[in-house]
Design a protein around this ligand. Structure first.
Ligand code: BDR
Ligand code: CA
Length: 311
């Protein structure tokens, strides 16, 4: 069965690889890509999304620009990881494909309102500002949403932007809170999973060995953002976070986790953006998401190599 998806994203090299995986996989039909401010400001994330679509040979993909700041806070960005452009690494030509005129949130609302029940899966790879704005403005869109699969949070791994908070949740905790309380089917790829999906040398060499533009760019993007994480964690590669979301739609058997309650910390200065995950079921709170804990990392990188080679 082909799943109709909307990718909400803040590219980001790992977002870029996620988009490439989606655009090369027949199991998913990308209805559109909605950009949000996150790793870098919106003007760059919407541009980067178009660069990636063109690289994939899919300039007909609809790309929309959404919210340029979190719901209630100033934007925090991550140039220290992704570089000034968000896609630092290889030389990139500016995109020639158009940005759609409509605001991403308006398009999302219109599209979901017009869709039959449970037709569309939202794949979120950045802060949840666009999604929370759409859900707040038009709660009736929920019926069309089959599931939200998101990269965000962490529990056993702690955080990456603060000791306890993961970047996507930390940037807009109020938006994350709305999504986690939405009652929608939610599948979460936290750092507990993505920190097991490391870009080791053989895995990056496999991208380079494709001998294609996509393979070369993917290897160069990986080389760039690896530097930061390798130094920080002393690991043999960097976590490739966002493609886990798309891989889950294609090969769910690569992942395992628990259906648990997760609450978002929105008030404490010390633990802002923490995903308080009741992994051990001690709170008595109702489960609200599938919180993944493990990944078959070799299977995940095999899937990426197989699909990206077709572009
Ligand atoms: C997440 O934050 C961003 O920097 C990455 O693109 C990913 O979505 C990881 O914490
Ligand atoms: Ca991202």
């Amino acid at each position: 069965m082909t799943r109709n998806i909307i990718i909400d994203t803040d590219p980001g090299q790992d977002d870029a690889v996620a988009i490439l995986l989606a655009l090369s996989s027949p199991e998913v039909n990308v209805l559109g890509i909605t950009a949000v401010a996150g790793n870098v400001p919106l003007a760059l994330t919407q541009k980067n999304a178009r660069i990636v679509c063109e690289l994939a040979g899919k300039p007909e993909t609809l790309v929309f620009a959404g919210c340029d700041a979190p719901l209630a806070r100033p934007l925090v960005t991550a140039e220290h990881v992704h570089g000034k452009t968000g896609l630092d690494g290889p030389q990139l030509a500016p995109p020639t494909m158009p940005l759609q005129d409509q605001h991403a949130v308006d398009w999302m609302i219109d599209t979901l309102k017009a869709a039959p029940d449970n037709l569309i899966t939202l794949c979120t790879l950045g802060p949840l500002t666009n999604i929370a704005t759409a859900l707040t403005r038009a709660p009736e869109i929920k019926s069309a949403i089959a599931e939200i699969v998101l990269m965000g949070g962490g529990y056993f791994e702690g955080g990456n932007i603060t000791p306890v908070a993961e970047f996507n949740i930390y940037v807009d905790p109020e938006a994350a809170d709305i999504v986690f309380k939405s009652g929608l089917k939610l599948t979460v790829m936290p750092l507990d999973v993505t920190h097991k999906a490391l870009t080791t040398k053989p895995r990056v060499d496999a991208f380079r060995a494709m001998g294609t533009e996509v393979g070369r760019m993917t290897a160069e993007w990986t080389d760039f953002f690896e530097r930061f994480d390798k130094e920080k964690y002393g690991s043999e590669g960097a976590p490739l976070h966002d493609p886990t979301v798309i891989a889950y739609l294609i090969r769910p058997e690569l992942f395992s986790g628990r259906h648990i309650n997760v609450e978002i910390e929105t008030t404490s200065d010390l633990t802002l953006g923490m995903t308080v995950a009741d992994w051990w079921g001690v709170s008595g709170r109702e489960p609200n998401c599938m919180f993944m804990g493990d990944i078959d990392a070799d299977g995940f990188f095999d899937l990426l190599a197989e699909r990206l080679a077709t572009l």
